[in-house]
Write a protein that binds this ligand. Sequence first.
Ligand SMILES: [Fe+2]
Ligand SMILES: [Fe+2]
Length: 382
Amino acid sequence: MKIEPLEVNQRVTEANKLIEGVVNRLVRNFDGALGRVHLGGRKAPYNDLEYEFIGGAKDSIREKHYDKSMRLLWKAEEHAPWSSFKDCTNDEKLLLKMSDESLNEEERSELKRITSKQYRAMLDREYTPEQKQAIVNILSLIGHGEAYAWLVSSEVLNDVKSTGARAALTMQVLEEAKHFVVLRELLMAFDCEIPRMSAWEYVLLERVYKAKGLEKLFGMNVLVEGLALSLFGLMSNMPGLEILKLFHRDESRHTALPVNYFREFPMSRWQKHNPIARAQRLGQLLPALPLIAQIEADMAVIGFDVFDFGGSLIRKISFLAERVGFYTPVPADLFTSSLNELFNLYCRLTRSDFERRNFLEAEMTQGEEELRVEEEVFSASL
Ligand SMILES: [Fe+2]
Ligand SMILES: [Fe+2]
């Protein structure tokens, strides 16, 4: 292709370049000075000279979170056909149609896509009204938690360094948005009253949201996601709740985010041991204890002992926190064993014929697939 260049005034071009150079130095030096005295300056943690975010590329966390999330990205329209979601692409819809057409008549009626009406009827067949209400009470805890997870992860997105970690957090924001809206629709299909956040949950989630900077990774990716992972692992094998397996897989990736991030940008000794940060972590964790006691009756309705769940939860959260250096004022072993004592005391006082046991040994994640996913999260090397 032949291109005819146009003529320009070289002197004007040179002058423009010179002026831009002077203004650029002025603006950047001014912002740099403001930044050094903590009076503002450039807000974007972006280094346009290197064409990178502050922190560099860090492709490995991007591969473990963003790329993996993309590979495992699930569409609600495919997995929750009873919902109102229309998020499949035309190609994905064609694929679903083709796999549907390859079935014989019998297989098709077996696998018939469930409509919202059928789904509700199935829930009514499988559960008593009391069981349905208990499931909604328990899952709404996480339903409200997903709203906060969405809010918190979009703030953390601006607190992390590196292109890779930003990509990872971007996927978390997207997944939390999907969790919130899909879970909301799932709970509405139960046709039960959806309870408000309890006071304990309110205090817990507000503390997590108000935590400073990367301390949010403790409250959100360790504490709240640890609770979500445990609840989804507990309930994903119940009829009609199979979609929770996909939530469980996403949350497992979110709980692994702090360890992958701090491998690239380790916390300083001060950040780990700072007594104020330690006390604040404990402050975020404590409301989870009355929260566990609060769901005892609902858990019992669906056949689970809440303190087995609590023991299993505390063991997992404590492991996730210690692994990256999110210490509390009490050493982890002492903390978990004291909670086991507390659970035993509570049960001795409130239950007849209670026999002492070690709740920390309980494993409440039910499905084999879910246990495999958790094994990967809890293995030391990710
Ligand atoms: Fe979530
Ligand atoms: Fe999450």
